[in-house]
Design a protein around this ligand. Structure first.
Ligand SMILES: *[C@@H]1O[C@H](CO)[C@@H](O)[C@H](O)[C@H]1NC(C)=O
Length: 400
């Protein structure tokens, strides 16, 4: 059982990693730093040149030393990276007569430079890094993650991720009709199912339940990390107000991530089917929350409310932990942080309410009652703002 699961997760990860940039073109094991003997000679040339004494003894070098020397010598602008020009210089600066020996054509040098840039370009910015990770506001996780997602997306969908647009009534599940039909079907299935189960013994479903939960943990985690990578630079460079209220914050990558998050809400309806088949208590809050979260995501996607990332990232954070909790408890584990999960859910809910009410207030004050204190307009349609407030508030009144 455990082995099957681990295998499933591993193959998923392999698929994701395999889809990433920088696939190997060369089958044979090789070093990008060239033949050891030739390198040693090359470095000796440099040292002799520096010492201006051809007879100087040059110390014996380990391979690590050699790579380091090669790097430092050729990092001419001293920025800690080897770019294409510096690599080209590194490959061509041999002694005059040696060049004739080697007889390198410009094409060969270009190929070598491209090869190294391809092979060692681990973070996709066509720079060779000594350190693998590089933390900037644009890469809060040390390397750009969205390109990995784009590869995986294109492999699955067959179309570049940058082509995606959410177009109401063209994109699947983008109409009121589809959403309503899903809600009706959901209620028929869960209540019909509960009725049919009255005289049937509860199903165990341990393995499917665990797979369902571990996959939701992974998918929520991936979406969360990708969204944070998109939002963090906006927040860092333009501030919180722009991050929640500017029209520009509604970007194409975020729209795609929001749409995928919306699709995950459909998948999460299966949670309830598990409850029914296992004959667990079906709480009002559970199916109310599940169906309304889906409707909420739908309205915000249509209304293009830039603030969407606040409730969505908080919701994803809670979901990563919650589905992991279900996954572990299904296997019989005792989770000590269970009580903090509830605290986290309440905190999430309060932050959501404050932020959404703030955005709605400042928008309406700015637009209709400018004499009231306000912080300017806020991106998104009025309908979606009112829907957001109403749905969130209904959680307050229904479920203390
Ligand atoms: C966003 O764009 C719309 C339409 O162009 C405009 O009416 C609105 O004022 C803009 N909102 C913000 C916050 O810039």
């Amino acid at each position: 059982m455990r082995a099957t699961l681990i295998l499933a997760i591993l193959s998923l990860m392999v698929a994701i990693v395999h889809a990433g940039p920088g696939t190997h073109r060369y089958k044979e094991p090789h070093s990008n730093y060239g033949d050891e003997k030739q390198n040693k000679h090359h470095i000796q040339e440099h040292m002799k040149a520096m010492a201006k004494d051809d007879d100087d003894k040059v110390p014996d070098l380990s391979e690590q030393d050699m790579i380091y020397y090669l790097f430092v010598i050729h990092d001419t602008n001293g920025d800690g990276y080897l770019d294409g020009h510096e690599l080209r210089a590194a490959f061509t600066d041999f002694d005059e007569d040696e060049v004739q020996d080697l007889d390198l054509t410009l094409q060969e040098v270009t190929d070598m430079v491209d090869h190294v840039l391809m092979e060692d370009d681990k973070n996709g910015d066509r720079m060779e890094h000594l350190k693998n990770l590089h933390f900037t506001p644009e890469t809060p996780f040390g390397l750009p993650l969205y390109p990995f997602f784009e590869k995986a997306y294109e492999a699955v969908v067959g179309e570049p991720a940058s082509k995606f647009r959410y177009i109401p009534s063209v994109t699947p599940l983008s109409t009121v009709n589809e959403v309503t039909m899903t809600c009706i079907t959901y209620f028929i299935v869960i209540f019909g199912g509960r009725f049919l189960m009255t005289n049937v013994a509860p199903f165990k479903l341990k393995a499917p339940f665990m797979i369902h939960n571990v996959l939701l943990t992974l998918v929520s985690g991936i979406l969360l990390v990708l969204m944070v990578e998109q939002i963090f630079p906006i927040f860092y460079r333009h501030g919180l107000m722009a991050a929640i209220c500017a029209n520009e914050t509604w970007t194409q990558p975020l729209e795609l991530l929001y749409y995928l998050n919306y699709l995950v809400k459909y998948w999460e309806l299966i949670d309830t089917i598990f409850l029914v088949l296992k004959k667990k208590k079906l709480e009002f809050l559970h199916y109310y929350h599940h169906s309304l979260t889906m409707v909420l995501c739908f309205t915000q996607l249509n209304g293009q409310t830039s603030v969407s990332w606040v409730p969505i990232t908080l919701n994803l954070t809670v979901h990563v932990l919650m589905y992991y909790y279900y996954f572990r408890t299904a296997a019989g584990a005792k989770i000590w942080w269970k009580k903090y999960l509830t605290t986290l859910q309440i905190t999430q809910f309060i932050i959501d309410l404050v932020v959404i009410y703030f955005c709605t207030y400042t928008y309406f004050a700015y637009t209709y009652w400018p004499h009231l204190p306000n912080m300017g307009s806020c991106a998104g349609t009025e309908t979606s703002a009112l829907f957001g407030c109403a749905l969130l508030s209904s959680y307050l009144s229904c479920c203390p």
